[in-house]
Design a protein around this ligand. Structure first.
Ligand code: FES
Length: 111
């Protein structure tokens, strides 16, 4: 049984930058790319940078702190100094809202 929470309206998300959404003590970054929505952890795995303050290029986000990069679809690091993946959550779009189950996020390669 899933436990979906609504993060934000689809209208609040643009392709230009990830949207930071705080929920229950956790910060999420919400992305729009090629008509699809994606959600990752907002905090960089390398340090104090937030993906929502970063630069978007295609399906990559560049951390503003040390310019490391991640693929925000998979969470995989794509440029140094980032080596640990971002946690990602499957997205459901319903009633104009972006929904995730906070308990089902995954880190690529984690068991
Ligand atoms: S804090 Fe993000 S690359 Fe270092």
């Amino acid at each position: 049984m899933s436990d979906l929470i609504a993060l934000c309206s689809v209208d609040a998300v643009s392709e230009d930058a990830a949207l930071q959404v705080g929920h229950d003590g956790r910060d999420y970054a919400v992305y729009l790319y090629d008509g699809q929505y994606y959600v990752t952890a907002d905090l960089c795995t390398h340090g104090p940078g937030f993906m929502s303050d970063g630069f978007i290029e295609g399906c990559e986000v560049e951390c503003p702190f040390h310019q490391g990069k991640f693929n925000f679809i998979t969470g995989a690091p794509t440029a140094a100094p980032c080596t640990e993946p971002l946690r990602v959550w499957p997205v459901t779009v319903q009633d104009g809202q972006i929904w995730i189950d906070p308990n089902t996020g995954t880190v690529e390669g984690a068991t």
